[in-house]
Design a protein around this ligand. Sequence first.
Ligand code: ZN
Length: 285
Amino acid sequence: MPSWAPNTATVIDKGFGSNRNGAAVTGIVIHHVAGTNGRDYVANWNSRGSHPTYHIAKDGTVTGIVHPDRQPWSSGAIDRNAVTVEIDNTAAREPWPVSDAALESVAKIIAHHAAESSRSGIALNRAGTMREFWVEYHNRIASNGTACPGPYVIGKIPSIIERANELYEGEDMPLSSEDVKRIAAESTRQVWGRVFKAINEDKEYGMPEESAAMRLRRASDRSGRAMVLGRMNSAENKAILAAVSTLADSQGLDGEAIVQAVRDAADKALSNFSITLTAEGDEDE
Ligand SMILES: [Zn+2]
């Protein structure tokens, strides 16, 4: 199900828009407000029935207006498969400029919905089948000859697409809390994986009468990872938790809750670990 882009600062969703009737979000249609402060206009009833998925202010602030689950009312039938943006202009005159911050916000929104979609990559909309998440703007599809989103934004469409692809592919992509949890769980798994590997190597080559503690020590020594358990519990584990917490905080997420999720994963791994030791080692102690 489509979700709000992570750079959505606030939501003023008064229930405008309509059911997508199962249609997937496969693209975006870009509009400008033709004014410098259109948020309240599109968030509330207006005579044009203009209610986009997002409004973007001059400073780049994104307000959610119609939840991406629903079809926005911005461009016509194409909106059934689209999210839409209405961008505030920095001056209400030709060439209808917008700020760099607003353009960056558009790129982030595109990257988010492209990542959520089953499409691969991002490209300007074109006739026929395309595999990419498509980018369209009002002027190209309107029957009434509107100049929206104005010459300035139209000139920026190639760089918006380029930036969105960069975000879609790369490091700057804003992380959702699910992403952070997944990364944290993966890091935890890798640390514990090293411990298990050391033990299993030892199980394979070690003498059967040795105690589990001896096996662990030998495994650690042999792999050059002396005190692997202690090191994991102190320095390595702390470093991972600190990194996860910082990462979460920097993304505006609840760092504590996510660290707790990692601890739970580690505890679960630890309980498996002690079962292994007990089963293998008790009779020798
Ligand atoms: Zn428009």
